[in-house]
Every structure is written in structure tokens, then in C-alpha cells.
Ligand binder design. Sequence first.
Ligand SMILES: [Zn+2]
Length: 513
Amino acid sequence: MLWSRIEVEQAVVWREGAAASMHLRMLTGDWVLVPETPPGRWARLRARLPRVDFAHDLSEDIGTLRWWRGLAVMVALILAALGMLPGHILLDPAPAMRLDAAAQEEFRSQMIAPLATGGDSGRHMGATRLALATSSAPDRARVQMVATLAPGDSLGRLLQRAGALSGDAARASELVAGAVPLSDIAGGTRLDIVLGARAGEGRALERLALRPRFDLDLLLSRKAGALGLETHALAVDQTPLRIRGLAGPSLYRSARAAGAPVRALQQYLQALDAHISLDEIQPTDSFDLILTYRRSAGGSVEAGDLLYAGLERGGEPRARLMRCGSAGQFYDASGMNEQRATSSLMMPVASARVTSGFGMRFHPILGYSRLHAGIDLGAPYGSPIYAVADGTVAWAAPHGGHGNYVRLEHGNGFATGYGHMSRFAVSPGMMVHAGQVIGYVGSTGLSTGPHLHYEVYEGGRPVDPMSVHFTVRSGVSSGEMVAFKAKLAKLLLVRPGAALGRIGGGSDLAPLR
Ligand SMILES: [Zn+2]
């Protein structure tokens, strides 16, 4: 910038002192005389023009002539820019079709508009000689309707809303209350209502039919001017519902397709999961569910809790689980033994094989030898892990290289540890019984594949689990076992589909629970 200003000033000097042929320029910081070629015609013309500063910096020399000139230039430029803005042309919208009033009315009459929003669509026919105006609309002599009792609603209010006389509604409530407490009538109960001719502010109640209870039908009807109540007890069939079928690609879907209710099926899968690994169910296995089922002669059906959960493979039972005890837990019939105290080597997983024993060994992941403080039991991923003896859960959380780890205290200085679990079935502080599922086999922590790392501690020191025999009380009392077996045998007599036959015609295996 500085350079160009000097050049301009020198040009002015040159014009005034026309004799000078040398040009003073600043080069590399020093003033030097440079021989100058005479400027051309355009340069001379330009030098003669007054040097006017049109683009003045408006923050400097405010109020001077230069400043006002700069401001005027700026305003002029803005106005010029605004003047070049494109304008808008308003187009006249043309309709797609030109319709006269009659054609528009024709179209409108064919529109469908909700009546609720005041639609008056449809062609309105003018009155002809065949249509006669009446002075009043005729009233129906009889109104029949079906109403559903909403939760929290009362029978009397419902009848009044339906149009019954308040006196009749009160009398009907009174009569129904005599047969069944009104508060016991569940929401969703259907009422068949017949109302008679209009009388004052409502209609007389002619007939009312409802099923307030699974096994009871009520019928109110008007006889000789007064409402009377008839009760009909319905025959109830309690044959349990048995559903069997092939597991197929998805046991859940197959059982649902076979008609198993969701709740019973969930209980089935939960019960099964506690005894076998659900991952090992094969498409050729067959499931066997028995659940409580009640039907009334009126056609009402109630599906209840699961009674029996079975799984068969190749005709052989893989699991036969039935509820036992007050807690309603499922027990496997094959694992049901008469109670006795045995001292035996207890294994925490079924059909376990020891893949790595107790003692010094070269650790496959850490890469050096150290004490293997337990034994490794090979088992498929997800297999249930059972407590080897009664005890208390002292730890059930991740624990370093152990991964998901459960530690049980069994008293007398004995403790057991279970490592690399995929998931827990207990939480710290819980009491567990021998044989109870505490978790599932996995490969968490320092592990190369699914297995159970099982430890036994005596007085705080690890000992070889293969050397410790736990004294366990297994099985149930002989009385309980006899009852369990008898109940199971009776339950297994239920034929699949027996609960769907004629009421009172099937085998009567009634109240099992
Ligand atoms: Zn191990």
C-alpha cells in the first residue's frame, strides 16, 4: 500500500517538473533514482484527473467533505442494489375445471363427510306426492340393547343411562344384589336389556339378563307388572386343559399355535428353564402342558395356572415338572426322592465332566503356572448351576477373573464358589437349598469357553472339591412324595383335548388344586 502511494506522488511530481527524466522510488528500504521511461498517453490522462476518494473509510474524518462524499456513495450503492431487486408478478390462479353451481352441487352431494361433523352428504330428494309429512315421529314400543358394565360403574346408573325409569333401575339393582353382591360384578360384564314403551321420563324395564359370575346366569323379567328374578346355576367343568405338540423351530410359537394361553406358556418356560437349558430343546422334542381350565355350560372359559410342564425327546421324558409345596415351585418327578441324609460328592452341574483339576497348572490365558483353586466342569452355555448344599449367598456379582461369581457359605467353615456364570439366579443374602438353581453356565471373566469353575473352601482355604462330601438332605418327606406321585399320575391321565369336549361328558378329574 505504501509503495503505491509513493508511486502516485512521484507521478504528480513528474507532471509538475516535466524536465525530470529520473524517478525517485523506494526500493529495498532506500530511496533510489530510477531512470523512467516517459509515461504513456493513458497514464498522463489519468494523472491529470483529480484524485477523488469515493470509497472513504466512514470511521475516519467524520463530518469532513470526504466523509459526506463516502456516505453519499454508500447510500447510492445501496439504492442501486435495491433498485435491482426482482419484482413479483401476481398470477391469476385458474381452476382445473370450470363448474357451474349445479355441477358443484352434484359433486358435493357425492362427497362422504362424517355425520358427526355435520355432514349432509347424499342427494336430498325433494318431497313427492308419495312422501307425506307427519306431524310427529312414531315412538318405538320396545327397545333392545346390549350394554357393558364399565369398571367402577354401577348397575343402577347404567340402566338409567340406557333409558330405564329410575324406579325400575333401583328395583333391578336391589333384585340382583339379592343374588350376588353388586361389588362382585366385574367390569366388562355384558347386560342384555329390553325396555318397553316410554312412560314419563324413561321407559319401563321389561327384561334384563346378565352373567355376574362364571357359573351363574340372572334373568329379570316383568310378570304381571312387577319385576321378578330367576337365577340359573350353570354346570361347570374343571377338566384341566392338556396341550401337546412338537416344539418345531420355536417352542413358544408352536405352543401358542396349539392354543396355549400366554400366561401358562410363560410359566411353562420358566419352570423348564430352572431344570434344563432351553437352548438344548430340539425341534423334534414334544412339549406337554397341563393347566387349570374351567368352563361353564354358558360358554364361559377361564384358563388358569400351569399344573404340569413336560418335555419329551424320542418318547422318553426329558422333564416332568409339577408344582409341589406351598410355594408352588415346580419339581422334577425323576429328581423326587424320599428324604434322606446322604453324604456324597455333589456336583453343581448335571452330567458334569472335569476338564481341569485342582492344583498347580499352567494358566491358558495368563501364561504362567499358578494354583488352580477349584475344578473346571465342562457344560453347555446356559446350563443351570445348582447349589451343592444349603447355605447363604455371600457374593453374587462380578469378581475379577472369576467373572460373574457366586459364593455360598454353608456353615462349619465351608464355602463354595461358582465362577464364569452367564447370569445369576440369586442375590446376596438369599438363603438357598441344596439343588436350587443359583445361576447359569457362561464364559465371563478369564475364560476360554463356557464352563463352570467350582471351588470349595474349608476354613477360608481352597481345597480339592473332589475330596469333599457334603451331607445333604435330599428329596421330600415320604408323605409329600406319595401325594406328589399320586397327583402327577392322576394329572397325566388327562387326555389332550379332554377339556374341550361336552361339559359333564368327559372324564371328571375335577378340582385338582
Ligand atoms: Zn477354573
